[in-house]
Design a protein around this ligand. Sequence first.
Ligand code: 5RP
Length: 249
Amino acid sequence: CSSVTSSIFSSSSTSSIIMAEEAKKLAAYAAVDNHVQNNQVVGVGSGSTIVYAVDRLAERVRLEKLNIVCVPTSFQARQLVLQHGLPLSDLDRHPELDVAIDGADEVDAGLTLIKGGGGCLTQEKIVAACAKQFIVIADYRKDSAALGEQWKKGVPVEVIPMAYVPVSRRIARRFGGEAALRMAVSKAGPVVTDNGNFILDWKFEGAQNWKEVNMHIKMIPGVVETGLFVGMAERAYFGMEDGSVRVRD
Ligand code: 5RP
């Protein structure tokens, strides 16, 4: 009996993974096709959804002879750009981007985002802030009426290592919930970001004024950046289970 149950479970979870991957690809392709043009500087986000966007960028460069340069938001994004043979740049050479495309952990009805599931929130926010257009790509599981309804891991906050305990206590004291140090999967130690910092994942309680929360957390000494992206995204593309793409402006 238990083996029947587990085989049913594994086949349905496998098909939902395939569906989510297809949905990521739909969103990524739609964003690249609608927002990237010739002679543009493109910000490349981090995570698993952006992989499809870089695939599509490379395809368009090959087929349409599109001329673009890419500014990555992480070591992972930089590797992706290089592996696809796309021209690599940085904010020194291109401090103004035409468009930045990135994934998200959750997107609410007003286009406020939680980002940083992969720990790259600081560079992601910097690059997004330098872009004329910041476009989000995600599968249907990230689409949410209010933050916290879908994404249960909390808001990531990048902190200077020596400050993680006081920052965690101040966040919990002021806003409730718990801000826990993100540990490596091996549990051997904390996750260390591309910038050499730690991540706190703040599990909040209830609805919040995200603009204020973001400002207050950023003011705590030791905080580098939060994974709250408020008023930054211009549009989100969600790949849906039925093969359609939902657009939110
Ligand atoms: C990394 C991020 C990612 O964009 C976010 O976690 C979404 O990732 P994925 O596309 O794998 O769902 O913010 O810091």
